[in-house]
Design a protein around this ligand. Structure first.
Ligand SMILES: [Fe+2]
Length: 441
């Protein structure tokens, strides 16, 4: 398929309707005694039935067979690198950590998208619907008659290398680097790799769903505009006697069931619980046009809110190309200590806070109250640079998963991946005492 063969519906959180065959959606009701064309009606709930209307999410799927038609689930081999419980096997440290780009699978092994998910860090427990995980995925083969769904949380997927051709129950979507997608809890999907190689990042939240941030005094426009989110349209296959495997991540473990038909047989659907994608190039950047450095919350694309108005479970924040025009201002990120954990990744290009070592496909973690900021080289340069209007970060995209949780790092993240830069701390070690008080005469 080519990019223009995919069709999408625009909007964020809309009550969408989609029919692959005209009149396949029941008219005026959800569960008629007989659905059009003898389809089965099935509801997929994304919120408790009685959740407030503003947060109530569900979709109705009209499909050739209900998804319950499969053999019993059996435990499947769960890689020790896929972690959902951040216990004593993980380590905790306030030290600043940076990772070189994570390795792609070698040509000697075939690794699909699900097999290639390795957990870097996290907090909490999906059984208690609390916390999150940060994963890295690398893959070099299609999922081939295998579909996956996650019972534990919503996936926000950030491709860094190679597009993902994702077939979902709601229709297909092509997600390329500099785009992101969200696939919510329970939705079955299968990933093909048009470029035969893929690497990227996943933020998994165990509770709630991603939503657009409030804009406050910014007003009704700007940042990620709702119309730029794209949800797939109903596209189905009719197959009999074709073996499919359904893989479920359930409370951190993988399970497998078998069926003899495709799970992607939804002819029509309607509702507001559906996957979506977003092109980060469409983000409308808001920033200071006078002086000083604004907090990075101005770059929030999506937020997963907690039960408190005072902090989110996690924000997905980007640092897109933008004009820097501030006067008498140190323009790169300032030195700071944050009450939140900051995991950063780089999709392409350079990040303005670091002169080297932070590379596409790698990452960094600055944990709660851990000091960090521009490295010594950047500090020197930015303290002297001429402050003319400057287009920053052309062909660059970096991002941050910022979370209220204190993250533990998995054994894969700290050791097995082999990518921790042991001398990262040295980027600040040459910051000198340049204090020059007035000399008394
Ligand atoms: Fe920071």
């Amino acid at each position: 398929m080519t990019a223009d063969t995919y069709t999408y519906q625009e909007g964020f959180g809309n009550h969408f309707t989609s029919e692959a065959i005209k009149d396949s959606l029941p008219k005026g009701q959800n569960t008629p005694q007989n659905c059009p064309f003898n389809l089965y009606a099935e509801q997929l709930s994304g919120s408790a039935f009685s959740a407030p209307r503003t947060h109530n999410q569900r979709s109705w799927l009209y499909r050739i067979r209900p998804s319950v038609v499969h053999s019993p689930f059996e435990p499947a081999k769960t890689s020790q690198d896929l972690v959902s419980k951040f216990d004593d096997n993980c380590i905790v440290t306030p030290t600043q950590i940076r990772w070189s780009p994570f390795d792609l699978p070698s040509n000697k092994e075939q690794v699909n998208f699900v097999q290639g998910i390795k957990t870097l860090a996290g907090a909490g427990d999906p059984a208690c619907r609390s916390g999150l995980a940060v994963h890295i995925y690398t893959a070099n083969t299609d999922m081939n008659k295998s579909a996956f769904y996650n019972s534990d949380g919503d996936y926000l997927i950030v491709p860094q290398k190679g597009a993902l051709d994702i077939t979902t129950e709601f229709g297909p979507m092509l997600v390329s680097p500099n785009e992101i997608c969200v696939i919510q809890r329970g939705i079955r999907f299968s990933v093909d790799l048009p470029e035969k190689e893929a690497r990227g990042y996943i933020l998994e939240v165990y509770n709630g769903h991603f939503e657009l941030p409030d804009l406050g005094p910014i007003g009704s426009n700007g940042l990620a505009n709702p119309r730029d989110f794209q949800t797939p349209t109903a596209t189905f296959k009719e197959e009999s006697n074709v073996a499919w495997e359904i893989v479920s991540k359930f409370n951190g473990r993988l399970f497998k069931a078998q069926q003899n038909h495709t799970p992607f047989d939804v002819v029509a659907w309607h509702g507001n619980y559906a996957p979506y994608k977003y092109n980060l190039a469409k983000f409308c950047v808001i920033n200071s046009v006078s002086f000083d450095h604004i907090d990075p919350s101005i770059f929030t694309v999506l937020t997963a809110k907690s039960d408190s108005a005072h902090y989110p479970v996690a924000d997905f924040v980007i640092f897109p190309p933008r004009w820097a025009v501030t006067e008498n201002t140190f323009r790169p990120p300032y030195f700071h200590r944050n009450c939140m954990s900051e995991f950063m990744g780089l999709i392409a290009g350079d990040y303005d806070g670091k002169s080297d070592g932070f590379l596409p496909g790698g990452g960094s973690l600055h944990s709660i109250m851990t000091p960090h900021g521009p490295d010594a080289n950047v500090f020197k340069m930015a303290s002297k640079s001429e402050l003319k209007p400057l287009l920053m970060g052309k062909n660059t995209q970096s991002f941050m998963f910022e979370t209220y949780y204190m993250l533990s790092i998995t054994p894969w993240g700290i050791k097995t991946c082999g990518k921790v830069q042991e001398d990262y701390w040295k980027v600040w070690s040459t910051l000198e005492n340049t204090f020059s008080p007035p000399v008394e005469k």
